[in-house]
Design a protein. Structure first.
Length: 248
């Protein structure tokens, strides 16, 4: 990822609607699993600035190891007090086979060239124990590629079908597969396919904290989605795709 993006994320992720709403969506999907299973070793593969690692550890009390390849992201995570940090490549994980009960990788696979995501997925399959869990979140649909995508050096986006095929191919049994951030899809399409080309917008970070009223307004659709997902409903469209699977 573009190293400059970590600074924007660190400045906005505690308050910005997208980060807050997507954390609630993640919790809505994880709560049923966390209530039934005991996870003694948890890995976040591609932790960025560490906000998700902090939130997951605080909510579930998991002994979580967080790693990232980028020194810039780890510096922010270290400053925020995230313990058990490690600099490593998710395509060559420095762990023995069957090391973890749960592995989460959020918005990382999009930074691999199409087809190259098979390498980290194989690593995930190697280090997750049998019956252990995998949680993936990826950017969805090529039509939603934006100037922000260019700025962060995104290499690909995934459909639900594409991600499911990859996960199953690497020895995981899928329990849930859903899109997220779908209610705002018309707004995203208008911005990315109409406004940005019309104004000839240059690549730039989309991580900016809007005015308080707008920030609160944009958070509402994500809160509604979190509620629906917690009730067991999978969403048919969205700007992200999330898969929860178990190692065979």
């Amino acid at each position: 990822m573009n190293p400059a993006e970590f600074g924007y994320i660190a400045a906005a992720e505690e308050q910005m609607w997208w980060f807050r709403g997507m954390r609630r969506i993640l919790f809505g999907l994880l709560d049923p699993i966390a209530g039934k299973y005991s996870f003694r070793r948890v890995l976040e593969a591609g932790c960025g600035t560490g906000a998700n690692a902090r939130a997951l550890a605080a909510r579930y009390g998991w002994p979580l190891t967080a790693l990232d390849l980028a020194a810039e992201g780890l510096r922010h995570a270290r400053d925020a007090g995230v313990p058990r940090l490690l600099q490593a490549d998710i395509a060559a994980l420095p762990f023995s086979d069957r090391s973890f009960d749960l592995l989460l990788s959020l918005d990382v696979l999009a930074h691999f060239e199409p087809g190259a995501e098979a390498v980290p997925l194989q690593e995930f399959a190697r280090i997750v124990r049998p019956e252990g869990w995998l949680v993936l979140r990826c950017s969805a649909f090529e039509i939603l590629r934006s100037r922000h995508s260019e700025f962060v050096q995104e290499k690909q986006r995934f459909s639900r079908k594409k991600l499911l095929q990859s996960v199953k191919k690497h020895g995981f049994r899928v329990h849930r597969a859903t899109y997220a951030n779908g209610l705002l899809l018309p707004v995203a399409l208008a911005k990315f396919r109409v406004w940005e080309p019309l104004t000839r917008a240059k690549p730039a970070s989309g991580v900016q904290l809007p005015a308080a009223w707008l920030n609160g307004l944009l958070e509402i659709p994500l809160d509604l989605e979190a509620f629906l997902l917690r009730k067991g409903l999978n969403l048919p469209l969205g700007q992200s795709v999330i898969v929860i699977a178990q190692r065979v």
